[in-house]
Design a protein around this ligand. Sequence first.
Ligand code: FES
Length: 311
Amino acid sequence: MLQPKLKSKVRCTDLDIGEVSKVVLDPLSHEISHIVVSMNGNGERQVAMGHVQAVTEDLVQLGAPSHDILALPPFKREDYVTTHEVEISHLEDNIHVTPGEVLVPLPDLEKNVKRRTFFMNFTHVIGFLIGLPIAFPILRFLMKPMYADFDNQWLNVGNVSQIKKEDVGVQFEYKKKVKEVYMPEYEVEKNVWVVRATPELLEKVYQGKDEEFRDAKGKVLWTNKKEIPYIAFSGKCPHLGCAYKWRNHKALGPVFLCPCHLSIYSAGGNVLDGPAPRGLDALPLRVSAGGEVEIIDMEFKAGTKAQVRIV
Ligand code: FES
């Protein structure tokens, strides 16, 4: 008997029911054990070769009525693999249908995917646990720079002799060495605004209380005393981080003015107008006997009401 061909018509004893869409091979005998019939829109059925009475070039004649074939369970493609996926030697000597449409049943062990996945995952977990003591010190070494503490060193930014008037913002420029993770050290140009405040302005800024600065663990790093007449503000606008200037405003007089979105701050750093969510960020400041001004360079998250340190 000829081998059933793909696309051949399949005829029952009463009517044509569809066409051959796949063939299933017995992997041991290399014989076609089943044909898969595409049932004219009613899904696919797997029909044993025992039902096949005759095969011609373009027709497979079955010895059963159509309702018997329709009653067979639907074909489950996931229980099979193509002969491209498994190696079967000398297959082409016996089978002459179009390659790629010849299926063989999936071994039972392969069907039990959940069990296999469990054992695979189990093996990965054991491997991970064995490797952890070796990997941990390496990971800790590599990640340490990313979680380094903030740099709290004091930086000299200039001398108070640069300030000629009280309650006026004076820009102090300085350079800072920066070391980021694994990059080589480099220098950035930064600035702070320093104000020599009158007692009235000091009272507005401190409202009778010293200002404390704390490290990440909550320990007090430094306290700006309310009677020290110098105040330093970070050079970044708390709205979105632009550089602001000391300017004369038509209505408000001398103010800190940020050109980006027109936030306006008083000499004491309070918001007078614009979208800024908080006042200017004061920095730890100390002044030596010779008038040298030192600050701890800190940066805070822009756009938030609360002050969150990021550098
Ligand atoms: S960044 Fe200063 S007002 Fe927007």
